[in-house]
Design a protein around this ligand. Sequence first.
Ligand SMILES: C[S@@+](CC[C@H](N)C(=O)[O-])C[C@H]1O[C@@H](n2cnc3c(N)ncnc32)[C@H](O)[C@@H]1O
Length: 248
Amino acid sequence: MINETLKINKQSWDEEAERFYGRNPLPEYGPLAPTEDDLQLFGDVRSLKMLEIGCGSGHSLKYLDQRGAGELWGLDLSSRQIKSAKELLVNSFSRVKLIESPMEQNPGIPADYFDFVFSIYAIGWTTNLDCTLKNIHHYLKSGGVFIFSWEHPMYNRIKAENGELIMDKSYHEEGSYQHIAWKQPAIMQQYKLSTYINLLIKNGFAIERVIEDASLTEEDVQRHSNRWYSYEKTKAVPAAFIIKCRKL
Ligand SMILES: C[S@@+](CC[C@H](N)C(=O)[O-])C[C@H]1O[C@@H](n2cnc3c(N)ncnc32)[C@H](O)[C@@H]1O
């Protein structure tokens, strides 16, 4: 059973998948954010069991495959994304499992199994953050690590207009919204950073790192100089945040 929001988002992702093919996967954590090369949050992944939530076209899984991960599982709402990931990972198929499912539901993923669960720019799509974090906690081994990145909650509350930055939404406001960078109906969820942190704590995670740095190298600026992720805006507020935490 999937709710109306998930139906809308699934249809939009199926239609837009091509536009996002291989966009900002690991070692990137997101546009204008520090990379895994800078942060080294994963460390040595050889032989470890990894699960990606919102795996998209599978490029982050491929990166971990190339670093010798033992098992690679990916879950995504969109059939189009799962199809692309299957094609991309065809040569590693004995070690890869790809599942079409919303992250809000457990489609039969084993409990206490994974060394790492991670999610690159997907968690803000969940229609139930509490339940998604509960699921992730359930999949991880005791001591297992959850790493995720998402657009920083300040980023879409500030608009860049005629060289000025305008705060156009209250930081206190949480809930669903239509992202202005999406032409299709696409409903994302907006939370404060403290909500992410408090729900992680509530669901049994110990937080190890919270990263709000921006990466503004010349190369980053060139690559991300579109209207939404801009150098000017990111000089003032981080485009992304990254959290590393551990199952207690
Ligand atoms: C920006 S893409 C992620 C790209 C991918 N993590 C990578 O590193 O290449 C976001 C993904 O989240 C998926 N998604 C959106 N809502 C979802 C949900 N409720 N459950 C699972 N996946 C979802 C979309 O289909 C899309 O593939």
